[in-house]
Write a protein that binds this ligand. Structure first.
Ligand SMILES: [Zn+2]
Length: 437
């Protein structure tokens, strides 16, 4: 076989059906896809590659999928910390966004987020923010895979005046990117407290028609659930159920407040859940019952949320926190073992985003979205179980190489499609302007 690239690694964790760890294997890439994954000796005998890479001491894993974030909010990182969700949103984040968020803010914020995410092995993210057309363009330029959120809220911003205009702008984005290999549009109505029933109903109709995901914050805090219950006489999840929105296309983020009947309903409908453990902890939002959801058969992915409520975009940290927190919440050390946490950050993320046929595992035929992690650092030695080490001990700084669709975007820790000095200088300037007020 002729290959464009052949990577020899000490370990490969393909996150396929078997949760296997393959020692001394090789992965071949042809035309942006994984063409072979086989023992090194066989690869050397069978594959003639244009380029070969030796990675002793490294593990190859699928590109990590950040299933919920607001990438441009990286420019608001650390602006307002140690506050509960509604105070944080109403008194700090929404006013700052009202004043500062324009296309330039979104471009610079997205680039800062991409730099951080690529260096940490994230190759795909699910975004919700204003000016998604700018985020989409920046991702396309950088070779990053993204679900660009067609945001909808009821209130006016500099981006749009009302729900109809948000939807119209979203549909323009969809039209532009419908066949793009890396950018896929998705509806992103913010929440049931920020979007009223008529636009939610339109989102459902349009999402069915265009076959795109619907990305929403749901049951993030007890306050949110109580507020919607008081205003509409039903819990947010019941409201979405009545409007026909539960199902495999719905990507429900946070889900810290769930009753048993609701978990069963999520499982019955195939609704996707995104767990954001560090954001939930920082805003004291509550605990997502991850173990109960997984046991019921619900697909649970992992997200960082925006950098203003985390405060980093680091899925290695999120995997570790998710694995530890699940044990505390479930009262069981068996809850979310290391391999499960890695699966949540890869395959489950791909499934939540409707991309499980394209990414999420290192299997022949899938896109070559690949991350090489150097496990030679002192804190990841000795190495009994690579999966355990990746989740419980490794850090994002150990990511050495990243490919997306076969294109290398990070080499020896250095980004190939982004300019770090310019990005950090732009962030510094935004910080100085925003802090002046
Ligand atoms: Zn969020």
């Amino acid at each position: 076989m002729q290959a464009d690239l052949l990577i020899h690694a000490d370990w490969v964790l393909p996150v396929d059906a078997s949760d296997s760890t393959l020692a001394s294997h090789s992965l071949a890439v042809v035309d942006g896809r994984i063409a072979a994954l086989l023992p090194r000796a066989q690869a050397e005998a069978q594959i003639d590659a244009a380029k070969t890479l030796e990675l002793p001491g490294h593990a190859l894993i699928p590109g990590l999928v950040n299933a919920h974030t607001h990438s441009p909010m990286s420019l608001l990182r650390g602006l307002a910390d140690d506050l509960p969700l509604m105070t944080w949103l109403h008194e700090h984040i929404w006013p700052a966004e009202g004043r500062w968020v324009d296309q330039e803010f979104v471009a610079d914020g997205t680039r800062l987020a991409l730099l951080e995410m690529l260096r940490g092995g994230i190759t795909c993210f699910n975004d919700m923010y204003f000016h998604a057309e700018v985020t989409a363009r920046v991702c396309a330029e950088a070779g990053m895979r993204v679900l660009a959120g067609m945001i909808v809220v009821d209130f006016p911003t500099r981006y749009a005046d009302n729900a109809d205009e948000y939807l119209r702008r979203g549909l323009e984005l969809h039209e532009h990117y419908r066949d793009h290999p890396l950018v896929r549009p998705a509806f992103a109505p913010h929440s049931t407290y920020a979007v009223s029933e008529a636009p939610l109903t339109r989102v459902r109709t349009l999402a069915d028609e265009l076959e795109v995901q619907v990305h929403i914050h749901l049951h993030e805090t007890r306050d949110e659930v109580q507020q919607v219950l008081r205003a509409h006489g039903e819990r947010p999840i019941a409201r979405l159920d009545r409007l026909g929105l539960l199902g495999p296309q719905l990507v429900a983020v946070h889900m810290t407040q769930l009753e048993d009947g609701e978990i069963a309903r999520l499982a019955d409908t195939g609704t996707q859940v995104v767990h954001c453990p560090e954001s939930n902890l920082k805003l004291a939002s509550g605990f997502c019952p991850v173990q109960d959801l997984l046991a019921a058969g619900v697909n649970v992915a992992l997200g960082t949320d925006g950098a203003a409520s985390n405060n980093d975009l680091n899925l290695f940290g999120e995997m570790r926190t998710a694995a530890l927190l699940a044990k505390g919440v479930a009262g069981s050390a068996n809850a979310v073992p290391a391999e499960q946490a890695l699966r949540m950050a890869t395959w489950n993320g791909a499934k939540a985003l409707g991309l499980e046929d394209t990414i999420g595992s290192l299997e022949v035929g899938k896109a070559a979205d690949i991350v090489a992690v150097d496990l030679g650092d002192p804190h990841t030695q000795p190495l009994y179980h690579p999966g355990s080490q990746l989740v419980y001990a490794a850090g994002s700084h150990q990511v050495r190489h990243v490919w997306i669709r076969g294109r290398q975007v990070l080499r020896d820790g250095a980004p190939l499609t982004l300019d770090p000095l310019a990005i950090i200088e732009a962030a510094r300037q935004w910080g100085a302007r925003i802090a002046e007020v």
